[in-house]
Design a binder for this molecule. Sequence first.
Ligand SMILES: [Zn+2]
Length: 247
Amino acid sequence: MIHRAHDYAHVIRRWRVVARRAGLKLEPFAEAGDFEVFTLKTPASELGLYISAGIHGDEAGATEGLIAWAEKHAQRLARLPLTIFPCLNPWGLTQNMRVNEAGLDLNRAFDRDDVPVARALRERITGEKFALALLLHEDFDGQGIYLYEGFRAASGWGESLLDAVSPIIGIDPRTRIDLSRPKRGVVRRRFDARHRAQLGGIPEAIFLHREHADRSITFETPSELALDRRVAAQVAMIEVCLARVRG
Ligand SMILES: [Zn+2]
């Protein structure tokens, strides 16, 4: 199947259509090389859902899933509690690369002031609180869906979120993923000095969970699978997270 999931200009044109239909404004908040980076926020965004995609450019199922979901709900989007970052690494998406135009993994740069997108995003959401930060990703070694969860509440959502999406793509059976040991596809790990040293910087999820959100979910689909199934799984995850946030 020929698709345009790596065509950033095309993805942004679709976001403009969604924004217009929703009566919202797609706003540029940073520049990344030759690209503008955008955000979209609804009037009811307070204590709602933060969603971002495309911080890694070789994970097109995530950016595509987010726009597909937004197109599906354009008519009612403005009434939902949302802060959206449609694609944080436009250069990477265009090149099908994990890193950004400076060769940097943006998802390890949320403590740095010399990385324009990370810094501008932090400034953009200063003082804001979210019920959930949902970070959409893909894994080229993935054998199914899985997620990382950070939370302060009494119990986690990870298992039930994966159960809801698993009819579309099954849960990753691996018991070891990079440095983590998932249980039924859920990775929960304390972020301490040792973990930080292993990662080499602060990921978006850790930054958000520390300063802006009681709960963070980093969702991963297997990027070797067909795009339409990955998109369907990403859409389903956004829908089930939104339902949980809205109670
Ligand atoms: Zn990723």
